[in-house]
Every structure is written in C-alpha cells, then in structure tokens.
Design a binder for this molecule. Structure first.
Ligand SMILES: Nc1ncnc2c1ncn2[C@@H]1O[C@H](COP(=O)(O)OP(=O)(O)OP(=O)(O)O)[C@@H](O)[C@H]1O
Ligand SMILES: NC(=O)c1ccc[n+]([C@@H]2O[C@H](COP(=O)(O)O)[C@@H](O)[C@H]2O)c1
Ligand SMILES: [Zn+2]
Length: 273
C-alpha cells in the first residue's frame, strides 16, 4: 500500500457564534471537501473557538451559553470540536494570538505523542544530541498544519481601519494560512487582488466556493428570535432547544454592549494614538 503523503490540516474557526448556526457547521464540511479535492491535504480536526465576553460586541451573550450551544452543535460531527480557551480569557485575545495558542497546543500534543510512543515501546531513556535532531525532525513532520477558517466577510474585515494589525494579518496568512468560504455580499477574490499583503500570500489563502448559497447569519437569527419568528432548520435542533429553555436573545440581550466600542477598535485605536 502506498504511504499517505498528504499534509494533515487542523481548521480553526474564530467568531462570536452568537448563536452557532447550521452554516457555521457547514463551513467546516465545505473547507474539508475543498482541501481533500486538492489531493494535497488531509483534514484531521476542526476547532470552533467562540470569542470571549471581552470582545464586547453589541448583543454578544455570555460566553458560557455560546460555548454550550457550540458543544451541542458539534455533537453531530465526529471531527469538529469546541475549544473553550479563547472564551475563558478575561480580556479579548487577538486572533493571531489564538492561532498561535492552538499551534503551540498542536506542537505539544505532537511532543506528548512522541514521548508516549517511546514509553509504549519501552524506550524511555535520554536521547543523545544526534537522536534529538532526528526526533525533532520527525516531530516537525508529524505536526499538522493549522489554518484559520473563515467566511469572506471576515477576510474583508481585514480592511476595516483599526480592526486588525498589519503584522497579525501577515502572521495569519503568511505563517499559517487561511481557508475562506464565499459569502453573498462579499467579493473575496477582488479583496485579495486589491491588497498587496494578501496578494503576496495568495498561495496560502484557499478560497472555497459555496455553490449551494445559504446566507444564514447569526444576526438574522437573533432578529427572528426577538420577533418570536421561527428559526427551525436554520440551526441545530439541540441549539434551538437550549435557546428556548434558557430564554436567550431578547430585546434586552441585543442591547448588551450597545454603548461600548468593540475591543479590537479600542485596543488598536489606542495603539495608533
Ligand atoms: N453564511 C455564511 N457563509 C460564509 N461564512 C459564514 C456564514 N455565516 C458565518 N460565517 C463565518 O463564520 C465565522 C463566525 O461568524 P460569526 O460568529 O460572526 O457568525 P455570523 O453569522 O457572521 O454572525 P453575525 O451575524 O453576528 O456577525 C466567520 O468567519 C464568518 O465569516
Ligand atoms: N485584530 C484581530 O485579531 C481581530 C479583529 C476583529 C475581529 N477578530 C476576530 O474575528 C472574529 C469575528 O467575529 P464576528 O464576525 O462575530 O465579529 C472574532 O473571533 C474576533 O475575535 C479579530
Ligand atoms: Zn459575523
């Protein structure tokens, strides 16, 4: 049998997930199909990372509810999991830092696996310098690549003044890579063409076309809920039951952070002063 030479990939999606929708789950499926069809990649895991309360977006309900709903949504997937780390940070964390955190986690788990393999095979001993070199090389080849998964609106938000730091964008697209799913109202291709930085790293930006267009948005779902309109079939049934049993999304909850400036805008505006 031929060895599988495809590069393993972990997909990380950052966002409010306020609440998580069927489209959020579909992003992962679309991205995986796309990467598999290139013949070069094998997607091994998807991570949903809900943003922390410190993001201070208007209408953003508590992280523990958003995480709980994401966990319920991920029950229907055997490869997409929720990670709480970002949601548990008191202050808002730049996405580049979140990506870095997960990359470190991947490196660590690679190390542990290596360590575990040695223990399993009764090889628990100190490695010599030359062996260490070999084992480090093995380690590097074994660690999957981490890519940020997003919709085209998030990519286009790179152009909003004071929202993203140039060096963060450069790190995300240059060092890790982006998988971006088309979204109606956005023109990702044109946006990449118009940005020198994104153009430079275009090989690292995978644009995925959603042919079965479906512009479900969390904002519209919250709006329908406030108006007591049905949102059935737009989000997982378990998520809908959770929303109903906890009475989430009311006119009051939509007013949360109404008078507050979004954390990245606050942070980066202060830096540029
Ligand atoms: N219908 C969609 N098509 C493509 N990408 C999407 C879609 N809905 C969400 N995304 C992507 O999912 C990620 C998380 O999005 P987010 O939590 O902001 O959801 P949203 O539906 O855009 O919510 P909101 O309306 O509150 O902004 C982002 O990268 C966003 O671009
Ligand atoms: N500079 C940055 O790192 C930066 C700026 C704006 C949004 N984001 C992230 O993008 C995502 C956007 O989510 P929303 O579309 O729900 O606002 C969040 O995860 C947020 O943390 C990152
Ligand atoms: Zn959004």
């Amino acid at each position: 049998m031929e060895a599988d030479t495809r590069t393993e990939v972990v997909l990380l999606a950052c966002g409010s997930f306020n609440p998580i929708t069927n489209m959020h789950m579909r992003l992962f499926e679309l991205a995986r199909d796309y990467l598999h069809e290139t013949g070069k990649y094998k997607v091994v895991k998807g991570i949903i990372s809900p943003v922390g309360d410190g993001y201070q977006k208007k209408g953003l309900i508590e992280a523990y509810h958003r995480v709980a709903m994401a966990v319920l949504a991920s029950k229907s997937s055997d490869w997409v999991k929720v990670d709480r780390w970002e949601s548990e940070q008191e202050e808002w964390v730049e996405t580049a830092k979140v990506v870095r955190h997960h990359h470190e986690e991947l490196l660590m788990s690679g190390q542990c696996k290596d360590e575990a393999d040695h223990v399993k095979k009764g090889k628990k001993r100190k490695l010599g310098a030359s062996e260490l070199g070999v084992s480090e090389k093995l380690l590097n080849t074994a660690v999957p690549e981490l890519k940020l998964l997003c919709g085209a609106d998030l990519l286009e938000s790179f152009g909003t003044p004071n929202l993203w730091k140039e060096e963060d964008i450069a790190e995300i697209v240059g060092k890790y890579g982006l998988v971006c799913v088309t979204r109606s109202g956005s023109d990702a291709q044109r946006f990449i063409y118009q940005s020198d930085l994104l153009w430079k790293h275009k090989k690292n930006i995978h644009l995925v076309n959603e042919w079965i267009t479906n512009d479900i948005s969390a904002t519209r779902i919250r709006r329908a809920l406030r108006r007591a309109q049905s949102v059935k079939y737009l989000l997982p049934e378990l998520v809908l039951e959770y929303i109903q049993s906890h009475n989430l999304y009311s006119p009051d909850s939509e007013e949360k952070n109404a008078d507050v400036i979004l954390a990245p805008l606050q942070k980066h505006a202060n830096l540029s002063k």
